[in-house]
Design a protein around this ligand. Structure first.
Ligand code: M6R
Length: 594
């Protein structure tokens, strides 16, 4: 995780670095720092958020510098462990994202040679290694130092007296923004959009030597110079502003009707799908994997595909799959990942490549590592998602899964037409849910005093229950459990009492009757029930303590509609509690460690 930036240009670097870092805080925010070069390297770092660093940082003159916002892996979040890290002579500053797995061994070696370490981080070995080889040209010293590192990294190196920044990546994202007479290095595209929309995505093993008017890219291990294409990014700056909203999260929740419309635009206009029949008669079994919210989308995807196409789907938590000894074969695999950089997903993909012929990735980030590993990439149209909690990206993932299933030649024509007609209605239905925001906000006030909340559903709404619970814990810090409603009687009933609300998703589908039975059983344990139910449901009102009515859809689409209700519940509950909604404690948006 962690966000790194670098700037070389004609402006004062400090303002640019701090601005870019504030755009990267979703990657980690327990401490931050900058270093600016101007005859010597000046640095400032602290265990605070970027906003606070802006207030306290002295003014450094200089038009080249690097910066970092941290999510601690090695060592506590303290000022000493914050980046940049330095060599003994304080001439070499390094910011790093990733993990150096052989740092202990390297550190011992360097200490034996007289190097003095001040932090507990793995990163600190990098400037010391560069120092060790600095008799050579800076670029050669960096190359040799990198060849000693094991693990994953994206780094930016600032060397006193050298007017370029050296940047490199291995299994960690790094982009270079190409401005007029200025270049910006960053972990991710949103950081640079204030300055340019032209970017180079570095590849694994690339070393870039970056000056204000040139980017030279070499391949590590003595490889030659390579050309990396410049890509135009069509995200615009407004998408990464909060605008009039209190938080990114609520802004992103509100963007969902547009996200769905955008995702469907081409699909309906052209009456074809770019990935026509990716799931076809050759697909006899499919595996879908992801982590967190993306895993919940995978679980919904299993229902969609099994139900509509009759293909067997296995779902995998990437964080589990990655350590699995034996990989069961499948004819195709889909990895779902908003960021495209989740380490568990990337390693799972690597593993999967040995036994699965066709690999698709559904991701929101063009140029991401996952997209480069796939045979086919399906880009979601969510736009940049800043808040750590995933909302619009989940909805966009579901839309791609619907499109994928509906495009299959295995689907009967009449069902396809009926489903497509319903899909067209989704933006309007989600808007209808958003219109009942104040009512949902009122119910959420009740939850903000609770210490445990259960979420239950059956069938396709079971993963929605898991997602609702994840969202609540993540941003409100209230303990929440997502359960298959029928499982409550196998243990969790022991937890239920009048202080433990249960949020129940109940759709008008095949599992309606068993859901009603579950709600009755819950009521018999005195728990208050908040039902999220179809507007046409006449019976639920007399059973539940509170009923949140949602517009009618086929239950296959209810994960979208109900998902939005649960996002609003989590948001308002966290807001009543005064939680730091966009940047919850201990988390980061892009989880690049395993
Ligand atoms: O970028 P990814 O979709 O691969 O991320 C996976 C999870 O880390 C992510 O969904 C996480 O669970 C979210 N913070 C949930 O809101």
């Amino acid at each position: 995780m962690c966000g790194i930036v670098g700037y070389v240009g004609l402006r004062e670097a400090q303002g640019v670095l701090l601005n870019c870092l504030s755009r990267l805080e979703y990657r980690g925010y327990d401490s931050c720092g900058i270093a600016v070069s101007n005859g010597h390297i000046a640095q400032f770092k602290d265990a605070v958020r970027v906003g606070a660093l802006k207030e306290t940082c002295p003014i450094f003159e200089g038009t080249a510098g690097i910066g970092h916002t941290r999510w601690a892996t090695h060592g506590l979040p303290t000022a000493i462990n914050a980046h940049p890290h330095f060599d003994c002579s304080q001439r070499i500053a390094v910011v790093h994202n990733g993990i150096i797995s052989n740092y202990d061994q390297l550190r011992k070696l360097l200490i034996d040679e007289g190097h003095l370490f001040v932090s507990d981080t793995d990163t600190e070995v990098i400037p010391h290694l560069i120092e060790k080889y600095l008799d050579d040209e800076p670029i050669t010293a960096v190359e040799v130092a990198l060849s000693k590192l094991e693990g994953s990294f994206a780094i930016a190196v600032l060397i006193d007296g050298y007017d370029r920044i050296i940047a490199s990546r291995k299994e960690s994202p790094l982009v270079i923004g190409i401005g007029d007479n200025e270049k910006i290095i960053a972990s991710d595209v949103p950081a640079i959009l204030d300055y340019t929309n032209r970017v180079i995505y570095l590849e694994d093993g690339d070393i870039a030597i970056v000056s204000n008017n040139e980017v030279q890219v070499k391949q590590n291990h003595g490889g030659g110079t390579v050309n990396r294409e410049i890509h135009l990014i069509d995200w615009d700056r407004k998408q990464i502003e909060k605008g009039a909203y209190d938080h990114y999260l609520i802004k992103e929740i509100h963007e969902q009707p547009k996200v769905i419309r955008d995702s469907l635009a081409n699909y309906f206009e052209r009456e074809t799908y770019d990935f026509q029949s990716l799931i076809d008669s050759e697909t006899s079994s499919l595996v879908i994997l992801g982590c967190g919210t993306s895993y919940h989308a995978a679980l919904v995807g299993k229902h969609i595909i099994e139900e509509l196409l009759g293909i067997q789907v296995r779902t995998e938590l990437a964080s589990e799959f990655v350590n699995r000894g034996r990989v069961m074969p499948a004819s195709a695999a889909i990895a779902i990942t908003q960021s495209g950089e989740t380490a568990d997903v990337l390693l799972s993909l690597k593993k999967m490549k040995q036994s699965v012929a066709r690999i698709f990735v559904i991701t929101n980030v063009p140029g991401s590592s996952a997209s480069r590993m796939a045979n086919h990439t399906i880009f979601t149209n969510a736009g940049p998602e800043v808040s750590v909690a995933a909302t619009k990206s989940y909805t966009a993932q579901l839309i791609e899964l619907y499109k994928l299933a509906l495009s299959s030649n295995l689907l009967e024509h009449s069902i396809r037409k009926q489903m497509q007609a319903e899909l067209r209605q989704l933006p309007a239905l989600v808007k209808q849910v958003l219109d009942s925001e104040s009512e949902i906000a009122n119910y959420s006030r009740m939850l903000s005093d609770c210490s445990t909340v259960f979420y239950v559903g059956r069938g396709i709404n079971f993963p929605v229950a898991l997602e609702g619970a994840l969202k609540l814990k993540e941003i409100s810090y209230i303990h929440a459990e997502g359960y298959a409603a029928g499982e409550l009687k196998h243990g969790p009933f022991a937890m239920l009492d009048k202080r433990t609300p249960v949020i129940a998703m109940i759709a008008k589908d095949d599992v309606y009757d068993p859901m009603i039975s579950s709600i009755k059983e819950i009521k018999a344990r005195s728990s208050p029930v908040i039902a999220v139910a179809d507007e046409s449901d006449d019976s639920i009102g007399s059973l539940a303590d509170v009923t949140i009515r949602v517009p009618h859809t086929s239950s296959i689409f209810s994960p979208v509609i109900n998902g939005v209700v649960l996002q609003l519940i989590a948001y308002y509950t966290a807001k009543y509690k005064g939680c730091p909604i966009d940047f919850p404690r201990n988390l980061a948006k892009s989880v690049t460690v395993i």
